[in-house]
Design a protein around this ligand. Sequence first.
Ligand SMILES: Nc1ncnc2c1ncn2[C@@H]1O[C@H](COP(=O)(O)OP(=O)(O)OP(=O)(O)O)[C@@H](O)[C@H]1O
Length: 190
Amino acid sequence: MAPGPIIVLTGTPGTGKTSTAQLLASSSTSLTPPLPLRHINVGDLIKEKSLHDGWDEEWQSWDVNEDKVLDELERLIDERPDGEGLILDWHTCDAYPERWPDLVVVLRCDHALLWERLEKRNYPMNKIQENNESEIMQVVLDEAQASYPAEIVVELKSETPEDMEGNVDRILEWAKVWREQRVGEEEEEF
Ligand SMILES: Nc1ncnc2c1ncn2[C@@H]1O[C@H](COP(=O)(O)OP(=O)(O)OP(=O)(O)O)[C@@H](O)[C@H]1O
């Protein structure tokens, strides 16, 4: 069996990547036949495996070492079991090699709603402002569109629980079609 798809799930912090990825990963096993999608929270991985060069006090975040992150992700990609796909959940996406993603999902959210979400998390004001401006200026969407072919980049609204459920359904539908195409290609090669 061939490996499953690599889905890049990106967006400004607070747009709902982790919540969506968790629902997507848990729902993916209920497909028939199952197409397990493993959720990789890249931010957590950076902390757990120390893939950084220390803590940035001003921005209250880790100074990420991209080379280490890419090496670790490459290892996870190469070692994934047959049939398993990966969801790469991170607030940036242009560091990944172009060959990695089969789908790039950019979550979007109204900036006032995003402000509220980040305030609830007790983010420092400079970080709330920076993320808010970034969402208004669609920085992550531009980054995704500049880095990957247009046909694999999709922008999805993530403002309500219904949006999230609809987004997960859409991604699962995409995964089913992706798998059918792969099986067809394998049969042709055979
Ligand atoms: N579609 C949605 N509808 C309602 N609430 C949402 C939605 N998406 C996210 N939220 C809420 O917004 C907050 C941030 O969500 P989440 O942690 O999933 O975002 P994130 O993009 O992964 O953030 P970060 O990049 O900082 O990890 C959470 O409280 C979550 O419950």
